[in-house]
Every structure is written in C-alpha cells, then in structure tokens.
Ligand binder design. Sequence first.
Ligand SMILES: Cc1cc2nc3c(=O)[nH]c(=O)nc-3n(C[C@H](O)[C@H](O)[C@H](O)COP(=O)(O)OP(=O)(O)OC[C@H]3O[C@@H](n4cnc5c(N)ncnc54)[C@H](O)[C@@H]3O)c2cc1C
Ligand SMILES: NC(=O)c1ccc[n+]([C@@H]2O[C@H](COP(=O)([O-])OP(=O)(O)OC[C@H]3O[C@@H](n4cnc5c(N)ncnc54)[C@H](OP(=O)(O)O)[C@@H]3O)[C@@H](O)[C@H]2O)c1
Ligand SMILES: *[C@@H]1O[C@H](CO)[C@@H](O)[C@H](O)[C@H]1NC(C)=O
Length: 491
Amino acid sequence: RWTTFSICSPKVCIVGSGPAGFYTAQHLIKVDIYERLPVPFGLVRFGVAPDHPEVKNVINTFTLTARNSRCSFYGNVNVGKDVSIEELQQAYHAVVLSYGAEGNRRMGVPGEDLAGVYSAKDFVGWYNGLPSCQELSPDLNCETAVILGQGNVALDVARILLAPTDILKKTDITQPALEALVQSQVRRVLIVGRRGPMQVACTIKEFREMVNLPDTRPEMMADDFEGVKEALKDLPRPRKRLTELMMKTALEIPSEKEQERQSKASRVWAFRFLRSPIEILANPDNSRTVGIRLAVNRLEGSGDGARAVPTGEVEDVTCGLLISSIGYKSLPIDPSVPFDSHKAIVPNNMGRVQHTAGLYCSGWLKTGPTGVIATTMNNSFDTARSVVEDMESGTVDVSAARPGSQSISGLLEERGVKPVTFSNWEKIDSLEMSRGEASGKPREKLLTVEEMLQHLTWTELILYTLKGNPMFFIMDAIINKLLQCKSIQMV
Ligand SMILES: Cc1cc2nc3c(=O)[nH]c(=O)nc-3n(C[C@H](O)[C@H](O)[C@H](O)COP(=O)(O)OP(=O)(O)OC[C@H]3O[C@@H](n4cnc5c(N)ncnc54)[C@H](O)[C@@H]3O)c2cc1C
Ligand SMILES: NC(=O)c1ccc[n+]([C@@H]2O[C@H](COP(=O)([O-])OP(=O)(O)OC[C@H]3O[C@@H](n4cnc5c(N)ncnc54)[C@H](OP(=O)(O)O)[C@@H]3O)[C@@H](O)[C@H]2O)c1
Ligand SMILES: *[C@@H]1O[C@H](CO)[C@@H](O)[C@H](O)[C@H]1NC(C)=O
C-alpha cells in the first residue's frame, strides 16, 4: 500500500544480531535485523564469560542503535528455514550475512561422542543459558578435567570450572550451572595444546587471571620452558610479555605470601604442551570417558608458524571430563549462498560475497571464528563501507523500489512465525534483571525459547492492535519519507 513512499529508499537487511550485525547496522541508516533467537547480541550474551561483565557494555551501544527508528529488530526468525536468503534478496537491495559461527571444529578422533566429552561451544552455551544447550547437564563428578586447546575460550572454561562459586554466584551464570558447579568434584584442570609455550593462542590478561584465580595454584612444568629464554628477544612485544609471565609462573619461586596462598589452594590448573589427541579412552562398558590418549609432538619451524609433528611417543591422561576447545566453525544456512567448506567461511572480498551482487558478509562468518569484539567491529565497518560504496557507484541498483520488511512480514505470518520486536526483547530484559535482583545477580536468564515467547503475549496483543490502526501506517510512512533518498550513508 505504501510502497510508493519508499521508491528511492534503499532497503538493507542483516542476518544475525551479534556484534557483527550491530556494528554493520551502526553505519547504515535504515536496516532490518533478522535474528534466529527471540533475544539479541549473539556471543555477547551467550559466549562472553559471566565473570567478565565489563565486556558486555557494548550492549549499551547496540541498544541505542536498535532503539533508533532507523533500525528494526525481528527476533525469533530463523533465516534459511523460516525465510530463505533468496526471499530476502528479492525484498531488499542488499542483504548482509552476519550469523556467526554456530558449529565447532571436531577433533576427529575415536570416542569423541562418549559421555563426559563436550565441545567448549556447548559447555559455554550451557553455563551462559543458550536454549539449545540446556540439556547438556555436564557430569562434573570427577577429579580431573582436560581441556584441549589453549585459546581464550579454553581459559574461560578453565576459570568457570575452578572459580570459587562465591564469585560466580554474583554473575549472570545460569542457576542450573551454578548449582552443578557448587556440587562439582573437579579439582584439577589440564589445558592441553598441540604446540609449545610460544604458540599458545590465549592473551596475557586472561592468563594473568588464571595466575590470580583465588583458591587455585598453577602446576606448570619447568622442562617445557627449556630454550624459551633464548628465543624471547625475537618475539613481538605482546607475545614476549605473555611468554615471560608463563616462564615466571613455571620457573620462579613465588614470594612467601604467594607460597602461603598456594599451599592453601584446593584446586590446581596447568598447561601441557606438545600433545595432540589420538583417542578418547572409554570405561569397560564403553559408556563414558575415563581419559585421553595423546600423541607427543615436537615442533618443526619456529614462531607462530611452527608445526606440531608427532614423535611416535604416546601418553595417556586420566580424566572424567574432556572439553574440546579447538575453535568454533561457521555453517552454511542456505544452499544458494556460496560457502567455502574448507575455510568454513563465506568467500568474500571486503565483505562482498563472491559472484553475488547485493550480498555481503561480516563478523566471524566473514573472517573465520577468531578475533575479539573489536576485531569483529573493524571488519563489520569495512563491510558497511562496501555496501555504501556499491550503492553509490551503482554496482548495486537501488533505482527500483523493494518492499523490504513488508513482504517478509507477510511471508512469516503465512508460515506462522511471530517475530519478536526490540521492545519485546526489552520486556524480557527487564524481567531477567528483576529476577536476578532477587538473588543478588545482575540477571537471571530465561532458559528456553518457549519461556521467552510466553512472556510476550500481552505486549504482542497491544502491538497488533496498533498495527491495525491506520494512523500507525500513516505515521510510519511519513517517517520513512523523511528518511528516504539519502537513507543509506555512513553516519
Ligand atoms: C566463548 C567466547 C567468549 C568470548 N569472549 C570474548 C571477550 O571476553 N571479549 C571479546 O572481545 N571477545 C570475546 N569473544 C569473541 C566475540 O564473541 C566475537 O568476536 C563476536 O561475537 C563475533 O561476532 P558475530 O556477530 O560474527 O557472531 P555472533 O556473536 O555469534 O552472532 C551471530 C548471531 O547470529 C544469529 N544467527 C545464527 N544463525 C542464524 C540464522 N540462521 N538466522 C538468523 N540469525 C542467526 C545468532 O543467534 C547470533 O545472535 C568470545 C567468543 C567466544 C566464543
Ligand atoms: N577474554 C577474551 O578476550 C576472549 C575470551 C574468549 C574468546 N575470545 C576470542 O575469541 C576467539 C576464539 O577463541 P578460541 O579459543 O575458540 O580460538 P583460538 O584462539 O583460535 O584457539 C584455538 C586453540 O585450539 C587449538 N587447535 C585448533 N585446532 C586444533 C586441533 N585440530 N587439535 C588440537 N588443537 C587445536 C589451537 O592451537 P593451534 O594454535 O596450534 O592451532 C588453539 O590453541 C579468539 O580470537 C579469542 O581471543 C576472547
Ligand atoms: C581497529 O581499527 C582501528 C583503526 O583502524 C585500529 O587502531 C585498531 O587497532 C583495530 N583493532 C583491532 C582489534 O583490530
């Protein structure tokens, strides 16, 4: 009915509302964001560790973007299933894919699916309230846990397993996870890497947090640092500082005060180097893991590019809990979109999806599953710049009107999908915060999609009433009119 009003208003939509989605949106004037879950923010909500609340402050900026009338949020829409990418391309001049990396790399060794073996992705999702991971209920009834991988996610998991629950209970960790951790028998966490100390993927701040974690002590092995001192001077500064701290932890005799602290600690953590998984070991009736067989490696080459080569020697480590933290992995969500299954990314040039005008990508889907939020921000700004350039240069034709959310909303309604608006999310948000307040936590997350949707029915009702009102359409059209023509540009 009102399409005539939007003739020169380019329509852009974004798939996924993590940092990549929001940072891309921030530089585009009018966008619709489609998100699979009823709640926004991706890994900021479901990945970032509960004891790192300051990292989640980016949510404030995302919220300002989302509240702006130039941006519309459609939660509870699973793109690739509820609506196809082709349908989005027909409705919008440009489509930006920023749906992250929802899968994980697999170790590819026998026993990977035994009970007691978890991916870090699922384990993190469990303690952070990701609805699809709530059934995990990991068994923490063992003394030793092995974590494979030495990135920051591995350290997040180690910290959560070892941190005093008095600290965790003041965070937004889920209640079931907190209760399981209170009961946990885990006293020892080994963080195992396939390469050496100079190749660890974690950063110094996160390593220092381990060193200072109350009620724990490090048990590094001095032998692992043979020859490392000599190599220090050639390392880039961040790597050098991290290596020095690891060496200090492994080699130096701590101060008396620190010795006293360590002697009282009830839990232990350690790094183990030059070990790759070969097989997960099972108990006699093959029902769960009792350990892991590791290949002993040596390094070929040096620095970041050094390769792990098996020496032929093997070593068995006993553990009742094994968490594989060797990386996340993006998945294809729609067969019509090019996908490089080797690199597990959408092949692109500055965010422009190869061979597909008007289709873009940003975030982990564009770069692969590494990089902190600031890295994701930078690469998302680059993608937004590509979108704007292409519209200005005419590479993407914006002369003909596209219906945008109007036609997609119609399709979703036909398919019985009820999108969750941003103000509906804000209702869930305040509910979670007030639930948290009761138990001294910043929030108590809702743990199932059903529960999230259930709390919205009355707000939805009001919205539908509003939408049926002709005044609503007229106002909407006037606002659109004011914004059109120059509506895609860098802000
Ligand atoms: C465990 C963990 C902890 C981290 N901690 C930190 C930290 O402390 N500090 C830091 O700077 N960085 C941290 N990072 C890195 C940071 O989270 C990433 O850089 C960033 O989240 C990547 O953003 P993204 O938008 O590409 O992906 P995501 O954040 O994963 O967002 C993707 C979004 O797309 C949605 N989606 C998926 N499929 C569909 C679909 N089919 N249709 C619609 N929507 C869909 C998802 O639900 C999600 O909301 C951490 C990462 C992990 C894994
Ligand atoms: N506090 C924070 O700022 C924070 C917290 C969490 C996550 N993040 C960021 O999020 C990103 C993802 O973190 P991540 O820990 O998942 O990934 P990551 O930093 O890439 O670390 C992956 C680890 O897994 C190892 N690995 C990969 N494949 C393996 C295999 N087949 N066998 C054995 N080991 C293997 C890697 O070793 P190799 O080096 O040998 O490949 C590396 O140690 C990172 O950029 C991280 O910094 C940041
Ligand atoms: C992001 O880009 C800015 C400006 O180019 C740069 O200074 C900063 O180091 C980048 N950050 C990351 C994490 O890449």
